[in-house]
Design a protein around this ligand. Structure first.
Ligand SMILES: [Zn+2]
Length: 187
């Protein structure tokens, strides 16, 4: 918790642990941040407050960011938002929720048809508070790097085909890929 930055709405602790003080609010016994900043858990006075920070860029509605599929079920996935660019990561950890209705323009039965854990995906953020909600629907959005569910090797997009084939074991999988998908077979 020491150097972590929290964003508005983020969970801090329960009311049993600390008293809500500056920059926080209570909702059903849970203390959350009102402002972005560093949470201070004052053990002497048993209260929690936020030291606001202003110089930190936080993602907002409409931003297009690169994320890592961290956890998922059939209908929902948790995306760790890495940065605006693969080479320019955020200094702090942000996460977004991707619902199946926002994952693809075509009808899909399960999120597993379009993303898998470990994929790198480009998403657009739809709100400006926690929890972030993201979409992968637009043409330019989607998976930019996918890895084989069996062996972890990169999945290669064949020319003139939507199928992704494992470069190592030959396993074939599907994704909702972005136009600039990283592993493509040019032949
Ligand atoms: Zn494989």
């Amino acid at each position: 918790m020491d150097n972590k930055i929290v964003v508005p709405g983020e969970f801090l602790c329960t009311e049993e642990e600390f008293m809500a003080y500056t920059g926080t609010y209570v909702e059903e016994g849970i203390i959350r941040a009102v402002v972005m900043g560093r949470p201070v858990f004052d053990l002497i006075n048993r209260r929690v407050y936020i030291k606001p920070v202003k110089d930190v860029k936080i993602p907002k509605s409409g931003d297009v960011v690169i994320g890592l599929v961290e956890q998922m079920r059939d209908e929902i996935a948790m995306i760790r938002l890495l940065g605006y660019d693969v080479n320019k990561p955020f200094k702090h950890e942000f996460r977004g929720v991707l619902h199946i209705s926002q994952a693809s323009n075509s009808r899909i039965q399960s999120l597993y048809d379009v993303i898998r854990i470990g994929d790198i995906i480009r998403v657009k953020i739809l709100n400006s508070y926690i929890p972030y909600v993201v979409t992968a629907k637009d043409v330019k959005l989607g998976v930019i790097a996918a890895y084989c569910s069996r062996c972890g090797a990169p999945l290669v997009k064949e020319k003139n085909s939507d199928a992704l084939r494992c470069s190592s074991c030959g396993n074939v999988e599907t994704r909702k890929i972005a136009p600039d998908y990283m592993f493509t077979n040019k032949r």
